[in-house]
Design a protein around this ligand. Sequence first.
Ligand SMILES: [Zn+2]
Length: 106
Amino acid sequence: MSRSPDFCPHCGEELDSVVVRCPNCRTDLGRRTDGDSSKSAGLAALLSLLITGVGHLYLGAVARGAGWFVGGIGLAVILGLTIPELSPLSFLVPVAAAVDAYTLAS
Ligand SMILES: [Zn+2]
């Protein structure tokens, strides 16, 4: 698939054809990932819930998924080492990642 580059109608930023929102000014471009790249928001959320960040990988947001993955593990390790009583809170990270993945896909 080679699609010609698009430009943001708001700021003129050159856009990757798969983005739904301008990375520069955050304008919603009013388009969705569909057709051959149809992704389920629910599945993305479920994947990120099971393994933090994997839902983002599924959506093609590799850097964001890696950030969630590393950040989630980092938080769990830091909490585990410093305040073990709070380490159960690290389960909130995959929940937040799932919400983020769902938002990203919607
Ligand atoms: Zn823009």
